[in-house]
Design a protein around this ligand. Structure first.
Ligand code: SAH
Length: 342
């Protein structure tokens, strides 16, 4: 099936010509999909009925359907469960901040990275998402709330760098001035550290933020938490991060989920500071969100604060991730899993 929502404007023009239409129709269609966020061809009233029917037949529009919505009573965070055209499910989250609406999207159905504390990976990878399926998570949410989405983070289920070509296409389309036109500076992509892909991303000439899930300050500890560390040593990851800063001029973010008694001591903090101290970076501390399949315990508030203080003493910029949506299956992949089990 042809997926016209994953085509850029030039490709869409070619497609329209190939089905015997005038190229200018492509611009109208592109706007319906990527500016007006139309959920069906029926809405596209300046296209002839004949054309709409032809498109419906040959290129059914990729539109996600909302299967579930949980709204946090604490902070208004909205967690969506969407069905893809093939029936698979993904989660997306809307977080409301003073500076705007931020959407966290999934990049794959499931994940094969195997991080020990993460619920998204427990059943492995089903498939990577199409660019249209990544875009439509944002389009459905913006349509649902009737407000503009200003920030996007690719931090939901999946490893974006394991779906690299679709990710790059998604980034170009999301930030396209003919589409939603979200600033690249307001887009963050998070990776568990696929080193060769970090070098590739640095060459793409983008001004997005790269977040790297480090979660440890030594290779040994990282291996315990993240199987990907068996493929790429922590020092290679840090070197790739430094290269990214050098090539793009963009500050990187290191994510560090704090697990009680595993990686949250002051000694861990000093070691981390020595590891990344020379890099233009920012550390985002995340108290681990316990999942029932594992017995990891969240670090105490005191441990989190002293970890932060220690890093700051070394001159490192640190924030503690606000735990939004605590009451609504906050941890990655939990909502989808609950539905899969029925
Ligand atoms: N695969 C990408 C993006 C998805 S996960 C990556 O690894 O970065 C987004 C972030 O949430 C990652 O830093 C991930 O390690 C972290 N994470 C996953 N499960 C978590 C949990 N239960 N508690 C805290 N952080 C978690």
């Amino acid at each position: 099936m042809t997926d016209i929502k994953s085509m850029n404007l030039d490709e869409l023009k070619e497609y329209m010509v190939s089905i015997g239409e005038k190229p200018f129709r492509a611009k109208q269609l592109y706007e319906w999909m990527h500016v007006h966020l139309a959920a069906s061809y029926d809405e596209m009233t300046n296209l002839s009925k004949g054309l709409r029917e032809k498109l419906e037949q040959e290129a059914p529009l990729v539109v996600l359907t909302q299967e579930d919505l949980q709204i946090s009573r604490i902070d208004g965070t909205r967690k969506y469960l969407f069905a893809l055209p093939d029936g698979n499910m993904v989660e997306s989250v809307l977080m409301r901040y003073e500076h705007g609406n931020s959407v966290c999207i999934s990049s794959q159905v499931g994940c094969r990275m195997g991080c020990r504390f993460c619920a998204s990976t427990l059943d492995g990878l089903v498939r990577g998402l199409e660019p249209s399926e990544m875009l439509d998570q944002i389009y459905r949410i913006q349509s649902d709330i009737g407000e503009r989405v200003s920030n996007v983070v690719v931090m939901g289920t999946g490893e974006p760098m394991d779906n690299y070509d679709h990710l790059i296409r998604f980034i170009h389309m999301l930030t396209d001035e003919n589409g939603l036109n979200i600033s690249q500076r307001n887009l963050t992509v998070s990776t568990c550290g696929l080193v060769p892909k970090i070098y590739d991303l640095a060459k793409e000439d983008l001004s997005i933020t790269l977040a790297i899930s480090l979660h440890a300050s030594s290779q040994e500890k990282r291996q315990q938490l993240m199987p990907i560390a068996n493929s790429y040593d922590i020092h290679e990851v840090v070197k790739a991060a430094a290269d990214y800063v050098k090539s793009t001029g963009r500050r990187v973010t290191f994510e560090y989920s704090l697990v009680s008694g595993v990686n949250d001591s002051e000694e861990d903090a000093s070691q981390l500071a020595r590891l990344i101290g020379d890099i233009l970076c920012h550390v985002n501390l995340i108290p681990v969100n316990p999942i029932k399949e594992r017995d990891y315990v969240q670090s105490s508030h005191e441990a989190v604060l002293s970890f932060q203080k220690k890093l700051e003493k070394y001159g490192i910029n640190v924030t503690i991730r606000r735990e939004l949506g605590r009451d609504i299956d906050g941890a990655c992949g939990q909502l989808r899993r609950r539905h899969m089990r029925g």
